[in-house]
Design a protein around this ligand. Structure first.
Ligand code: ADP
Length: 375
């Protein structure tokens, strides 16, 4: 059974429309007519649970209040179809932009055409509602992760520290290993929570699109990573100018930070090197991040992008295995892709391909080698 509310000031015409629609539809139809915008809204508020609303074009456009806006203020997924006498492309596009699922011209075959449009609008609205539910669920899951699960872990770590302080020296020695396991476990779980939250945030975060100068982003990252760079006696350098692209600065910075930090982490060289460069490849910029680290067996250069996939244990190299999958999602959200070329023991190169945008006409950002060295 499909419940359909038809808002049309001409009630005779509305009765005919419902009759032709019923003939064309295989599902039984329960129709109700409202002859005014207010009548339509009060029917929805008080007496009628509509699966779909069909409104006369007169209720949309012109000066003053628009019935479409009032309907979506009640329920933003409500499937609404607009019926018009004369099809006007601009008017139709305006209605669709405002959220109408379809705009149909009255006339021959209205029954079957409207029947198909109603079924399609209801099914698309169901899909949209389901997607929205999932998004909301993911958001609350992410919020719980960050706000509620990290607090008990802080208690575990605090408790372990207090125990260590309270124990007498001989007992401390006996229990140090076990207490260390507990502390490491709590810390690993905390990192997992933070990374899982980042993973969820890539899809849920609104994405401001601004011009992002990747050279400036890398400069800031070298500052942020300076303690790590100094501790390792490492060098992070930009060997060819990086472009200005349109995107989300926070996400692009997170992506580059993950790749640079990995280049330093999975690296046993006396002087760990991470080099960034950019190549103009026609429609896209290829940004390469190359290190002289331990490398990756070429059989695994695709697998490593899977969430939680790690080629090393936490005791060898600390991590959660979520960094590269976050990077991949950020690259995709920018219309790009991430790939890896490596051989065991031969260092690793990650290629970040990003589509060129209007900003590229502005050209390349600052040039030259701007190596940051720990000295
Ligand atoms: P994490 O760094 O937390 O382990 P990632 O998703 O960033 O997780 O990386 C997944 C795995 O890919 C790592 O555990 C490591 O085995 C491998 N890997 C990533 N980057 C490099 C690199 N630059 N050199 C060697 N191995 C790497």
């Amino acid at each position: 059974m499909i419940r359909l509310l038809l808002a049309d000031p001409d009630t005779d015409r509305a009765t005919d429309t419902l009759a032709t629609l019923q003939q064309a539809m295989s599902d039984p139809l329960r129709g109700q007519i409202a002859d005014s915008a207010d009548g339509c809204l009060s029917a929805l508020n008080d007496t009628f649970l509509a699966d779909c609303v069909v409104i006369d074009g007169g209720f949309f456009g012109g000066a003053g209040r628009c019935l479409l806006d009032d309907l979506f203020a009640r329920d933003r997924f409500l499937p609404v179809i607009v019926l018009v006498d004369d099809y006007d492309g601009e008017h139709a596009i305006a209605a669709m932009r405002r959220g109408a699922r379809d705009v149909l011209r009255r006339g021959a075959d209205l029954g079957p055409r409207l029947g198909m449009a109603v079924a399609d609008a209801i099914s698309r609205a169901e899909t949209d509602r389901r997607d929205d539910d999932r998004r909301e669920m993911l958001q609350s899951f992410a919020d719980v992760l960050v706000h509620d699960l990290r607090a008990p872990l802080r208690s575990v770590r605090g408790g372990v520290d207090m125990l260590m302080e309270d124990l007498e020296a001989p007992q401390q020695q006996t229990h140090a290993e076990v207490l260390g396991f507990i502390r490491d476990g709590a810390e690993h779980m905390d990192r997992l929570i933070v990374d899982l939250h980042r993973h969820c945030a890539v899809t849920s975060a609104a994405q401001p699109r601004a011009e992002v100068d990747l050279s400036a982003v890398v400069d800031k990252l070298r500052m942020a990573l300076s303690a790590d760079i100094a501790r390792r006696g490492a060098e992070v350098s930009v060997v060819s100018p990086l472009p200005v692209i349109r995107g989300d600065e926070t996400q692009l910075s997170q992506l580059l930070q993950n790749l640079i930090a990995n280049g330093l982490k999975f690296n046993e060289a006396a002087v760990p090197l991470v080099q960034l460069s950019c190549e103009d490849r026609g429609d896209l910029w290829r940004i390469s991040i190359t290190d002289n680290g331990i490398g990756i067996d070429s059989a695994y250069t695709e697998e490593i992008f899977q969430p939680l996939r790690r080629l090393h244990s936490d005791s060898e190299y600390e991590g959660t295995g979520l960094g590269l999958s976050i990077c991949t999602r950020i690259a995709r959200r920018h219309g790009g892709r991430l790939s890896c070329v490596s051989e065991q023991g031969q260092g690793t190169t990650f290629h970040l391909d990003l589509p060129k945008t209007r900003a590229d006409v502005i050209g390349l950002a600052v040039g030259g080698d701007r190596a940051a060295s720990a000295g």
